[in-house]
Write a protein of this length. Structure first.
Length: 156
């Protein structure tokens, strides 16, 4: 298991190489990189500040990763989430899921992101170029995506 909450940027290639080093049983790798957009609700975004609850956030990310390992045949996985003030174009989150077969890697990556968006204790504040700022509310679409995994689990 590998989770990290950090103010520093990450290098996708370096993270993948480190995660997969000398594991020739990996047949599929799914990578998701989330970035800061230049707009929010139709307005220009100046920056986004991400806050978290140290210790609690990492523990929840580890729980999410453990659940993914129970559901999918993963060889390795990684979640990196940045905090602090980020500008449009900056990386926010990295999820890498490695498995013997692509299906598990792809599904696990999607599962990890859906659960991360709804369960990990992060708070986002958007600062607009017009000087306004506001906290970002949870999106119903994210809750729906995470809830769908409950049904997928019971169908297996």
């Amino acid at each position: 298991m590998a989770v990290r909450v950090d103010t520093s940027d990450f290098d996708v290639s370096e993270e993948m190489a480190r995660l997969t080093a000398q594991d020739t049983g990996i047949g599929g790798i799914a990578i998701f990189v989330g970035k800061v957009r230049d707009h929010a609700s139709g307005q220009d975004l100046a920056s986004m500040t991400l806050e978290h609850y140290p210790g609690m956030t990492e523990a929840e990310l580890e729980r999410i990763e453990t659940e993914a390992r129970k559901r999918f045949k993963l060889s390795a996985s990684l979640i990196v989430h940045r905090v602090g003030t980020l500008k449009p174009g900056d990386n926010i989150v990295l999820v890498i899921a490695c498995a013997p077969h692509r299906q598990d890697a792809i599904a696990a990556s999607e599962f990890l992101m859906d659960y991360l968006k709804t369960r990990a204790p992060f708070w986002k504040k958007e600062a607009l170029t017009n000087g306004e700022a506001h906290w970002v509310d949870a999106r119903e679409s994210d809750a729906g995506a995470a809830a769908a995994w409950h049904h997928k689990q019971t169908e297996r």
